[in-house]
Design a protein around this ligand. Structure first.
Ligand SMILES: O=P(O)(O)OC[C@@H](O)[C@@H](O)c1c[nH]c2ccccc12
Length: 270
């Protein structure tokens, strides 16, 4: 059984339990449920956007504990000050140490920034939760969904006004699941079976993703030179967690990277 299989098996139990505790009607009555969402597409494509989607992640199955002390409101608002175009907040507790309260705190601290609910979405109920807790954008992972599920979940997300990031790791997943009801396509550089990351995964897949989608490169990113190379290849956004979270001042790590990125850009164009 792969780690992804284990996560999904537990997730089904978790979602069933939560559905019994909080009805769909109750979620729809949350104060944030009817708000206007912040568009991640618009934020990423804005002039002067860094394209960085900065992630709040305490731990992961591949790295174990990354940061056990960071405060979610302080860290995410620091990310925004340092130039993050969007935020990503893990809400999976057993494997990533995230909570719904993390997402809600990030929302309250950053009213104008698009926020991704980072979790393993397998059920429409989780999209209602995402909206109620304050997310603007949801992740659908091709490796754990059928083409039909991607279509149905992304349609429902759109009905709720949420944008959709479809995550793929190889050409098979891309061919099988890409549809016009997703907005962003993320290539995960991390192989979820071996946990190894290679940016060549992103370099290889870019040609097969139409540029009508916002193309995102995910995981294992930490240096401006590599990011510049990925940007030149067509990536508009970079999903980065560990490189920031493993430091004592995640927002400073992002500010430094943004500074190096701007130097990369000017070195090449001059
Ligand atoms: O911490 P990293 O290597 O910068 O990676 C961030 C993000 O891409 C990673 O957390 C991630 C990508 N896809 C996921 C799916 C579920 C949980 C986590 C992830």
């Amino acid at each position: 059984m792969t780690i992804l299989d284990r996560i999904i098996t537990e997730k089904r139990v978790e979602v069933a339990q939560r559905r019994m505790q909080v009805s769909e009607q109750a979620l729809a009555a949350y104060p944030l449920f009817n708000r206007a969402v912040n568009s991640a597409i618009a934020a990423i494509r804005a002039t002067n956007s860094t394209g960085v989607i900065a992630e709040f992640k305490r731990k992961s199955p591949s790295k174990g504990l990354i940061n056990g002390t960071a405060d979610v409101a302080a860290t995410t608002s620091g990310y925004v000050r340092a130039g993050a175009a969007c935020l990503s907040v893990l809400t999976d507790e057993p494997f990533f140490g995230g909570t719904p309260a993390d997402l809600q705190a990030a929302r309250a601290a950053n009213p104008l920034t698009p926020i991704l609910r980072k979790d393993f979405v397998i059920d429409a109920y989780q999209l209602l939760e995402a909206k109620a807790w304050g997310a603007d954008l949801v992740l659908l992972i091709a490796a754990c969904l059928s083409a039909d599920e991607v279509k149905q979940l992304s349609r429902f997300a759109h009905e709720l006004g949420l944008e959709v990031l479809l995550e793929v790791h190889d050409a098979e997943e891309l061919d099988r699941t890409l549809c016009d009801t997703v907005d962003l396509v993320g290539v995960n550089n991390r192989n979820l079976k071996t946990f190894e990351t290679s940016v060549e995964t992103s370099m290889e897949l870019i040609r097969q993703i139409p540029d009508s989608f916002v193309r995102v490169t995910e995981s294992g990113l930490h240096d401006a030179q590599t990011m510049h190379r990925l940007r030149m290849a067509g990536y508009e956004a970079f999903l980065i967690g560990e490189a920031f979270m493993k430091t004592t001042a995640p927002e400073l790590a992002l500010a430094t990277l943004v500074d190096q990125l701007s130097k990369q850009n000017s070195t090449i164009t001059n």
